[in-house]
Design a protein around this ligand. Structure first.
Ligand SMILES: [Zn+2]
Length: 413
């Protein structure tokens, strides 16, 4: 196990000191970024926010390439009882920023610009507490604070002439499953050695070292419609068939082994006096390892019938978030990050969580990945989402020192 230095080098102390006077500017920048709505695929807000971040990265030598990925499968959308597929929305682009000419192991940092908040809702601005210690706002920790500390850390490293061999992926669809960006992240991972994502740390600065994977599925049953009064016996109920299937699914979870399935919402039938010919149920699965993901996939596929059967069952699956178990390489990386934190006088306990993020994808491509290097806070995805404002400088210092040590080969030598 790597025993990280607990002393800052003179160069690292300079990085730390460069960031100390930035507190006020970072709070002001964060308030600005939070006020730009980037939820629910709001393109004007995503474009504006992406432009602001890219301008700062270009100013320190970043070279920007825009990439477009796959569209999200339409069957994931709830609520449609018609067969007409909903209009396919253009997948939002991913900005890939590289800093040519810098040496060291390849480091891929995944940041997402999108939030979960309605751009025209009531929760659209950042509010600072009366003691100036915390702030509440949409995306304030998840992850506009994380993007901001990354930009500041890179500016500190650029000022010192110590930028690492870094690739930054600024995605716009993480909160809706990374369907457009996952292949881009996988391709970028193949050219990197180390993965970082700037999801929020827990309030005490805890680093998440293990995450479950997750996936989506939809069950669709088809039967034969008939008028209940005139021809009931001619009908074949898709709702009854769906009920049979749901009963089978309800027996599938094995929570002790982390094999988790939830089913709902449901749709079926148009009127109570007609035998329904179409019913659908959507569900979500969670799994601690990709072996358990394979078990789940096999169990769900087993429910399918041929399309000619009456009634018929079709199951669509998209296990878009692979499991992110703690590996030896992740443990070493976490110890290195903890060493950096301690040398800055910060605490860094380790934790596990059921949440998922783009770090799951990076690690699935073989990169040892730490995904909670963002700011400290909580209440993610709620109207109480908050940040500890002191974590802006603190975590930008941590990011700068960690990137500096990774550039020196602390993890790869
Ligand atoms: Zn996030």
């Amino acid at each position: 196990m790597t025993q990280a230095s607990t002393q800052l080098t003179a160069g690292e102390a300079k990085l730390r000191d460069f960031l100390v006077p930035r507190h006020e500017a970072m709070v002001a920048d964060l308030a600005h970024h939070v006020s730009i709505p980037t939820g629910l695929g709001h393109d004007p807000g995503l474009d504006e926010y992406r432009g602001i971040v890219l301008d700062r990265l270009r100013a320190i030598g970043g070279v920007v390439e825009m990439r477009t990925g796959e569209a999200r499968p339409t069957w994931l959308d709830f609520g449609s009882q018609s067969d007409d597929a909903p209009a396919v929305r253009m997948p939002p682009p991913t900005a890939v920023v590289t800093f040519p000419g810098n040496e060291g192991p390849g480091i891929l940092i995944a940041c997402h610009l999108d939030t979960v908040f309605d751009p025209i809702g009531s929760f659209t601005a950042m509010t600072i507490s009366s003691d100036d210690k915390t702030a509440v706002g949409p995306g304030v920790v998840d992850m506009k604070g994380g993007v901001l500390i990354t930009v500041n850390a890179l500016e500190a490293l650029a000022e010192a002439g110590e930028l690492p061999n870094i690739t930054l992926a600024l995605t716009s669809d993480e909160e809706t499953g990374s369907y457009a960006s996952s292949q881009i992240l996988r391709d970028l991972s193949k050219e990197a050695e180390i993965g970082i994502a700037t999801e929020p740390a827990l309030p005490g600065g805890e680093l998440v070292v293990e995450r479950f994977g997750s996936g989506q599925f939809r069950v669709e049953t088809r039967g034969k419609s008939a008028h209940v009064g005139r021809a009931f016996v001619d009908g074949v109920s898709a709702v009854n068939k769906l009920a049979d299937v749901i009963t089978k699914i309800s027996a599938m979870p094995d929570a002790e082994r982390g094999r988790i399935l939830n089913i709902g919402p449901l749709l079926g039938g148009a009127a109570s006096n007609a035998v329904p010919d179409l019913a659908r149920a959507w569900g979500n699965v969670r799994f601690p390892t990709n072996e358990i993901a394979d078990e789940l996939l096999a169990m769900l596929r087993e429910l399918q019938t041929s399309p000619e059967s009456m009634p018929s069952v079709r199951v669509d699956c998209s296990f878009n978030r692979p499991a992110k178990p703690e590996t030896g390489a992740v443990t070493r990386f976490a110890q290195l990050a903890r060493g950096c934190a301690e040398s800055l006088g910060q605490q860094m306990p380790f934790a596990k969580t059921g949440g998922v993020c783009d770090g799951n994808i990076l690690q699935d491509e073989g990169l040892p990945t730490i995904d909670t290097l963002g700011v400290r806070g909580g209440g993610l995805h709620t109207s109480d989402e908050w940040i500890d404002l002191s974590s802006l400088v603190e975590r930008s210092q941590l990011m700068a020192v960690l990137l500096h040590r990774l550039k020196q080969g602390a993890l790869t030598q």
